[in-house]
Design a protein around this ligand. Sequence first.
Ligand SMILES: *Cc1c(COP(=O)(O)O)cnc(C)c1O
Length: 506
Amino acid sequence: MSRILDFDLNEARLAQRRTRSDQAYGTLPALTDIQAAQASLPRPASPSFLSGRSDKDTVTHVVNDIVTALTGQALSQRYYGFVTGGVLPLAEWADNVVSMMDQNVQVHLPEQTIATSVEDSALTMLVSLLRLGDEGTWKGRTFTTGATGSNVLGLACGREAVLGKKLGDQGSVGELGLLGACMKAGVTEIQVLTSAAHSSLSKAASVVGFGRSSVKELRLSKEEPWRLDLEALESALQIPGTASVIAISAGEVNTGRFAISGIDEMRKVRELADKYGAWIHVDGAFGIFVRALEDKEGYKLLHKRVEGIELADSITVDGHKLLNVPYDCGMFLTRSHLTLQSVFTNPNAAYLSSGSQDSIPSPLNIGLENSRRFRALPAYVVLLSEGRSGMAGLLANMVELSRQVAAFIRDSEHYELLPDENADLDEIFMIVLFRAKDAALNEVLVQKINETRQMYVSGTQWEGQKAVRMAVSTWKVDVARDYKVVTSILAAVAAGKQFDLDSCQD
Ligand SMILES: *Cc1c(COP(=O)(O)O)cnc(C)c1O
């Protein structure tokens, strides 16, 4: 039996899920290691270029040169850059099984492989975990390469549906193309109406032919730029000759805040979309996981912010962020499987026909790729093994650490909590935004924090000034330990002192 499939041989590694010991992995490699790795890469001018190497030499090169020059984002428990998530040991194990079995999950072949059924089962568990209603509601659903991929699917479905409504029986965008469809439907402008959208929404708008300039920011106010201005939304929807997709940011990347404040606003958006024939796409890459938190007093406000997401037409979910599976993994859900198929049908390839009458569609007809990885398996094992309470627990750790650090920052004389020092800490999910009060320190704050190599944060801009984002997204969070290390680092940086990890020993 392959070593991968032997539980006993893998048990110690899998057990890390329960021990979560702080092994103080560095967040970043040393710059000298990256330079050494760079120098070790094959050079076309070298006589040995592409002349082949033994397995042993190749492995040694990868282990000694390349691995040492990779970021520690998956190993460190305090890598708070971007929103990367970590990799649960079981997910890493499953990903190795995926590589070993190398399934090509493009055609539903129920008598040859269980892969498509496992993928569907993972999506069923996800829909339930996120409390998105009955299984039957999200008939259009598939695994993607990530939230960007899912946003492309969302806008493509929106394009198909909103122009389809105007075209009636004159055809579809999938058949006619965007130009032909717009001309027939008398549409002169397509708009994506949003607030504080992730940059990938603009990329998606370019890919699907709307253009990046179709993305219109309808921010409620300077103070709450993440919130969607519903009056501006209605005015935009009324513009003659337009067709519109409403893109709701359910989790804005700088602040973690939400475009919609609660169910009343979401119902209003649904009403407007129905009245003006628009499509509602929710980008819930990481934010939608609020819905997997327990029903507890401390999460009431957050739960309110994601109420009504089930009223959307399509939803983006990221797997490789908060679900803590490896890259690449995202999910896309839509109520309208016919719309999804209308866009992505891979026609006239008899050799790719599943011949199955089963209800599971072949993935190649509902997504971008034909041949594709069995990326559903790591998500499947995480959902299966963690269940509702395991996932809720992992997420609760992220929230708890974020809120404790936010409270420290709010009460600190050196730092300022953003976007609003007076806001209820219950608004915080797993992103903490802040800056140093001292302008000179603020200029170099990200660098000073990251130099410790025991904590990594991303820099960003807030209201025209530099700011720091701490995004807590790994299963490795150990609230008490990480709070101590993070606050010690922030204190040392503010005092201009060297940080010493040993000073944080209990
Ligand atoms: C991360 C993120 C994306 C892009 O996701 P990828 O997985 O990197 O493609 C899109 N939207 C939001 C809100 C995100 O946080």
